[in-house]
Write a protein that binds this ligand. Structure first.
Ligand SMILES: Cc1ncc(COP(=O)(O)O)c(C=O)c1O
Length: 394
């Protein structure tokens, strides 16, 4: 362990936690200093919305701080059920169920659908975008003895087709992508994916991890399907998380009733884990209701547009993304860390994302814009980026 840690330290890849003393409206306090944070996934600022906080408080007084049991014992309350029903109504899915985290949800999908106990008469396949989140990749690798797991080049539907062509037409395939990619911030080509599978739709299911698109995309903020012309029914499995734009914590999987019932009966992540607190489910439902009105989304869009305009004027080499996740590739972990430190000295908190979270030589600054940022915050960010980057060149 010590060797591995020392190796990480030598390569400027060691992760360290930072104690946040307070967090208010995108200003965080660390060791007595205040910073404007551009590293939170609370894209709409809903984690601090008074109505969400009030729902949480009501839930706590009605149900206590814990759900106190698994969902299949006594942990499943009317608040969980209401939230699931609301998700189904607004995503056009038959059925939904809640998990304590998106990580658990992705693991559950892979392990339950493709586990060794699930005896299949024929081979099955998982074809996932190369840039899928670690929670899915890890789950898919864990079942590779049972399902052939391949990755198509990022957002490359022609490569997806080449892989699909190698799959015998009678074998089941799960094609997986992300609504907005967590580290690159670009959106998946759902329509392109659907076109590729049209001919084969009997045996190919499409799954979307919409963690970063929930709340951000669509007229109602219900994510990629809400925003796209693509037929919502063509997404067979939809995963969304609450810990980002929704502003609470946990996740859902929505699909047809058979798949959801199957997870309730066979997913170890679901059965052998305490259900999320009912208060959290209640607050999450309130959050969805606020989210659908769209006020915060409008602010977020304006802030993203302002940042992109100022960054382009300043000739900052932004990655190609139109959502709240904006990246600047730096290329080495040392440089990315040094830039992040320089930004801190200017009162701006932007985290350096390094390999192995992102591919080698694409170490970067991951900047997240949110609806709470003021114009002056975004101007301060761009000024600080220009200063920090020019000081690095010297
Ligand atoms: C794309 C994606 N999927 C899944 C997860 C896991 O969600 P959670 O944080 O709720 O465990 C994340 C979290 O970073 C994510 O970015």
């Amino acid at each position: 362990m010590q060797q591995a840690l020392a190796e990480r330290e030598r390569s400027a890849l060691l992760r360290k936690r930072v104690v946040i003393d307070s967090n208010h409206q995108s200003v965080i306090e660390v060791a007595g200093e205040h910073y404007i944070s551009f590293s939170s996934n609370d894209y709409l600022g809903l984690s601090q919305h008074p109505d969400v906080l009030q729902s949480f408080a009501e839930g706590l007084s009605l149900y206590g701080a814990s759900s106190s049991a698994s969902s299949v014992v006594t942990g499943y309350s009317i608040e969980h059920k209401r939230l699931e029903d609301d998700i189904c109504t607004h995503t056009n899915m038959q059925s939904a169920l809640l998990f304590s985290s998106g990580f658990a949800a992705n693991q559950a999908i892979c392990k339950t659908l493709f586990s060794t106990t699930n005896k299949r008469s024929q081979a099955c396949h998982i074809l996932a975008d190369k840039f899928m989140h670690a929670s899915f990749i890890d789950g898919a690798m864990g079942v590779s003895a049972n399902a052939q797991f391949s990755r198509f080049k990022h957002n490359d539907t022609r490569h997806l087709l080449q892989l699909l062509d190698k799959v015998p037409s009678n074998e089941d395939t799960l094609v997986v992508s992300e609504g907005i990619f967590s580290m690159d911030g670009d959106a998946c080509d759902l329509t392109g994916i659907q076109q590729q599978i049209k001919e084969r739709s009997n045996n190919v299911w499409v799954m979307l991890d919409d963690a970063h698109a929930m709340g951000v995309l669509g007229a109602q903020g219900m994510g990629t399907c809400d925003a796209s012309d693509a037929d919502a029914q063509k997404v067979d499995v939809l995963m969304g998380t609450f810990g980002k734009a929704v502003g609470t914590q946990g996740a859902f999987v929505a699909s047809n009733s058979a798949l959801v019932e199957y997870l309730v009966n066979f997913s170890k992540e679901y059965i052998y884990s305490t259900a999320m607190p009912a208060a959290q489910a209640r607050a999450t439902l309130t959050s969805f209701q606020i989210m659908r009105k769209g006020m915060e989304r409008e602010k977020l869009r304006n802030n993203i547009a302002l940042f992109q305009m100022l960054a382009t004027e300043a000739q900052l080499p932004l990655m190609d993304a139109n959502g709240p996740i904006q990246g600047l590739i730096i290329g080495s972990p040392e440089k990315a860390l040094a830039l992040s430190e320089k930004l801190k000295s200017l009162g701006i908190w932007v985290i350096a994302i390094r390999t192995p979270t992102v591919p080698k030589h694409t170490d970067r600054l991951r900047i997240t814009i949110n609806a709470m940022h003021q114009e002056r915050d975004i101007r301060a960010l761009v000024d600080a980026l220009v200063l920090a980057m020019s000081s690095m060149e010297k």
